[in-house]
Design a protein around this ligand. Structure first.
Ligand code: NAD
Ligand code: WQD
Length: 372
């Protein structure tokens, strides 16, 4: 396990509104796409942060950018695998953690069909290792990253949290299994409180252009692929099917800005103590957009049309996945505020400023060995 702590002599100003009450949050997968934006949001609101990540799908340089944007330091960063309970335990020994936001997981649906064991091991095994460690250290508050993919091909129209799950890939099944485990834990151990957030399609980037989605290799998801076409890294987008029963025949999804997604985690933390047990919330805008609508919006913000070609359907895709996003509005008074143009504009800015993702970005944190 590698550990790094801020050099407080560098004297970055606090400058943030204190959380009420002040609390320390452990973020797993904090260097990832959604984790990094959430770190900024939590730092901006006065939370003390401890982050862990094994960088299997990210880079430690992300934390320098997080700190630069927030003008505050992450309390400590540990390079570890969440399945390593010994290393995880050392982090909990060292820091007084009040709540955990658990992002760390493998997330590629296609890859999960080729590597199901690895997906169950990391996503389910990582979650149970975290739960055991939390329990051993008397930490019982968790915000968990779930996914709209648990709905699978469960329904049409907007999907409420009560829609029965029908996961269709090992990835989606791993998230659904985690939800079942967390629900059971909360029923049997009443000291636990868990908020499961089912994200629909988080996209976009931090408006600074310093943080964004930086997939390794060929992007599997629509928005980063379109961004790479716009900048000339790829010739054209392949649109997977135009024969769905949708407005223009292409797939419809509920895209939500990653900044709205990050904000929802901060709001969820504020509401963790509202009611014991496990509670599930969709995180979406509540409005569906077709592939061609995304293509058009991206062309508008980037100033030139996105070349595309219609190809066959992608196996496993469904016509439409749109959130019923009313529960978070009802219980938390929170809803997403950024629109598709904001999502495309911020994704485009990140792509322009970081044409090859985080590769080659300079500056890391000071690395020290061991939990100390
Ligand atoms: P990401 O891959 O960018 O971030 C995940 C982070 O976890 C990465 O930094 C990775 O290095 C780290 N990680 C992976 N395995 C680990 C392990 N064993 N130990 C420690 N760290 C590990 O993904 P993201 O898009 O930020 O997604 C975050 C979470 O949200 C994931 O749980 C994902 O399943 C879920 N989710 C994502 C989306 C989406 O579209 N991005 C949608 C729904 C749900
Ligand atoms: C969106 C639309 C494609 C790429 C996935 C996971 C889900 C969640 C979010 C983690 C679809 C079409 C895509 C391309 C295309 N992740 N498309 N050409 O499949 O809705 O959701 O990411 O939890 O679990 O399944 O997102 O961005 O891959 O696809 O035409 O090159 O774009 O067919 O209609 P998806 P996506």
């Amino acid at each position: 396990m590698t550990h790094s702590e801020p050099d407080h002599q560098r004297g970055l100003a606090g400058g943030a509104r204190p959380a009420s009450p002040p609390s320390t949050v452990l973020v797993t997968g904090g260097a990832g796409f959604i984790g990094s934006h959430t770190c900024v949001e939590l730092l901006d609101h006065g939370y003390e942060l401890i982050a862990v990540d094994n960088y299997s799908n990210s880079t430690p340089q992300v934390f320098s950018r997080v700190e630069r944007i927030a003008d505050r330091f992450v309390g400590a960063v540990y390079e570890l695998d969440i399945r390593d309970r010994h290393a995880l335990s050392a982090v909990f020994d060292r820091h007084s953690v009040d709540a955990v936001v658990h992002f760390a997981a493998h997330k590629a649906v296609g890859e999960s069909t080729r590597m199901p064991v690895e997906y169950y091991d990391t996503n389910v095994g990582g979650t149970t290792a975290l739960l055991r460690t939390m329990r051993e250290h008397g930490v019982h508050q968790l915000v968990f990253s779930s996914s709209s993919s648990v709905y699978g091909d469960a329904g049409h129209g907007s999907l409420s949290e009560d829609t029965p799950a029908r996961p269709t890939s090992p990835y989606a099944a791993s998230k659904w299994l985690c939800e079942r485990i967390l629900d059971d834990v909360c029923r049997r151990l009443p000291e636990f409180t868990v908020l499961c957030l089912r994200y629909f399609n988080p996209v976009g980037a931090h408006p600074s252009g310093l943080l964004g989605e930086a997939p390794v290799g060929v992007p599997e998801n629509l928005m980063p692929y379109v961004a790479q076409v716009a900048i000339g890294l790829r010739e054209r987008l392949h649109v997977f099917g135009d024969d769905y029963a949708t407005v223009d025949g292409t797939g419809i999804r509920d895209y939500i800005h990653v900044m709205d997604t990050a904000e929802a985690h901060r709001v969820a933390l504020d509401h963790l103590a509202d009611a014991p047990g496990m509670h599930v919330y969709n995180l979406g805008v509540g409005r569906g957009r077709s592939v061609l609508e995304v293509v058009e919006a991206f062309g508008e913000v980037s100033g030139s049309p996105i070349p595309y070609q219609i190809v066959g359907r992608r196996p496993g895709d469904v016509a439409e996945l749109v959130a019923d996003a009313t529960a978070a509005a009802r219980d938390w008074g929170w809803q997403a505020t950024r629109d598709l143009i904001d999502m495309c504009r911020d994704a485009w800015r990140f792509q322009q400023l970081n044409p090859h993702g985080y590769a080659g970005s300079a500056g890391g944190r000071n690395a020290m060995s061991g939990p100390g």
